[in-house]
Design a protein around this ligand. Structure first.
Ligand code: IDP
Ligand code: MG
Length: 140
């Protein structure tokens, strides 16, 4: 299992003032932060990042949401990072998320669900490379 995953503190969470609280959850859960930056996604970035969802009915709304304000993108490190981070964030729909998960505590709804997490080691690598150069990632 890989040691890296990719996370986003999404525009709803930044706008609602949860950036610090979510950053704290990341550290509490034992992740090392290899890199982080605040940015406002362009349409091109959001469409590229979510390209796998292009045919889904919610795609246009998702792109509009992800470009609606600043977000924080992060490269995270931990053993079994992808599964560990998915466990920490909870189900896509906050109504189905377990207690004490980030989405349970900070998400507004199934679209504005506070955070992103990669779903596989392969996608984690691609997603990290989408937003960070190798030189921007801490090496231990
Ligand atoms: P994930 O973020 O838990 O991996 P995905 O199915 O990959 O969930 O969907 C990507 C993102 O698209 C979700 O985090 C959410 O913001 C949005 N999304 C997913 N399903 C729906 C939906 O049914 N309605 C509106 N937005 C959705
Ligand atoms: Mg996904």
């Amino acid at each position: 299992m890989g040691t890296k995953t990719f996370a986003i503190i999404k525009p709803d969470a930044v706008k609602n003032g949860y950036t610090g609280k979510i950053y704290d959850r990341i550290l509490q859960a034992g992740f090392n932060i290899l890199s982080a930056k605040l940015l406002k996604m362009t349409n091109e970035q959001a469409e590229g990042f979510y390209n796998v969802h292009r045919e889904r009915p919610f795609f246009n709304d998702l792109v509009e949401f992800m470009t609606s304000g600043p977000c924080m993108v992060l490269a995270l490190e931990k053993s079994n990072a992808v599964a560990a981070w998915r466990e920490t964030i909870g189900a896509t729909n906050p109504d189905e998320a377990k207690e004490n998960t980030i989405r349970k505590d900070f998400a507004s709804n199934v679209q504005e669900n506070a955070v992103h997490g990669s779903d596989s080691d392969e996608n984690a690598e691609k997603e990290i490379a989408f937003f960070f150069t190798d030189a921007e990632l801490l090496t231990n």
